[in-house]
Design a protein around this ligand. Structure first.
Ligand SMILES: Nc1ncnc2c1ncn2[C@@H]1O[C@H](COP(=O)(O)OP(=O)(O)O)[C@@H](O)[C@H]1O
Ligand SMILES: CC(=O)N[C@@H](CCC(=O)OP(=O)(O)O)C(=O)O
Length: 267
């Protein structure tokens, strides 16, 4: 498989990512692997909103985003979180460059269908792959905050799983790794919660319908299904706390849950 991959780092796990995770990232980069990071930060946004006394709620996993909320989302994602990831990568000895989707018009967005209900939440309409490729060509790991912009200059809050899937599709990478706080997609089998080694899109639909997949896992599997219908061959969901997780996901497989298109191709 090709050396480039997109990695989505979820806010659920960012603060707990061990130093070893960043060491592995550096070692992989030294071996010629080219990661692109898209990050979330949902819990940190909620914490800042609470501190500022701004109410925040979610509709179908997406944050209702007023102008006031959007200011905080951008401040936390493009500011604090992006900077923290870049710093940790630099401390490990690799080079990283932080970007928001607004920078250079990297992520173009349009309002989601139910914008009257949830405000400035965006769907990705385009990604300037050439900008990301330029950063990679300079041997910097691009670290991207999921804020989008439209032609009028309006900013949008984009779910980080959605943004990562769109970046993977537009770059045309073969693999996306989704790093979160659980070791994969889990299902209760014979009274015991187990990690499923792989699932097809048909199985995912069944698990959403049955309630086995819920909450924050839904945007992940939806983004995965959308991109494996394009050039991306597999999406792997893993825990950032599992030792050696990156090397295993990139080199060996057999870690987390692998999502592939159903037999016979995707719709
Ligand atoms: N079938 C499932 N297997 C594992 N986790 C699931 C499943 N369905 C829902 N989840 C939930 O999804 C969460 C991960 O999503 P989220 O909290 O949004 O993480 P992130 O910040 O990494 O995007 C898990 O902690 C778990 O509570
Ligand atoms: C529209 C929307 O819901 N945006 C998310 C963006 C951050 C995110 O997705 O972070 P995680 O990956 O940590 O969940 C939010 O405001 O929380």
């Amino acid at each position: 498989m090709e050396q480039r991959f997109v990695m989505k780092c979820g806010g659920s796990t960012l603060a707990a990512l061990p130093d070893e995770f960043f060491r592995e990232l550096k070692e992989l980069q030294q071996d010629g692997v080219k990661p692109v990071i898209v990050h979330g930060g949902g819990p940190a946004i909620s914490e800042s909103l609470t501190k500022l006394g701004i109410a925040s709620e979610f509709v179908n996993g997406l944050r209702v985003t007023s102008d006031e909320v959007l200011d905080v989302v951008e401040m936390v994602l493009a500011g604090a979180i992006n900077g923290e990831i870049v710093r940790k990568i630099m401390q490990s000895g690799a080079d990283a460059l932080g970007l928001s989707g607004v920078d250079g018009g990297l992520i173009t967005a349009a309002p989601v269908e139910n914008a009257d209900e949830i405000g400035f939440v965006g769907d990705v309409t385009d990604v300037k792959a050439s900008l990301i490729e330029g950063v990679m060509a300079m041997n910097y790991i691009p670290v991207i905050a999921p804020i989008g912009i439209d032609a009028s200059g309006q900013r949008y809050n984009i779910n980080a799983d959605t943004a990562a899937g769109a970046v993977a599709s537009h770059l045309g990478v073969e693999r996306m790794i989704v790093v979160t706080d659980v070791p994969g997609i889990m299902k209760e089998i014979d009274g015991e919660k187990r990690v499923l080694p792989s699932v097809t899109d048909a199985e995912i639909e069944e698990m959403i319908a049955s309630g086995d997949i819920y909450g924050g896992m839904i945007p992940k599997v939806r983004a995965a299904m959308k991109c494996i219908h394009g050039q991306v061959k597999e999406v792997v969901i893993v825990s950032g706390q599992e030792p050696g997780v990156l090397t295993r996901a990139v080199r060996e497989g057999g870690v987390g849950t692998r999502i592939m298109a159903s037999e016979g191709g995707a719709s």
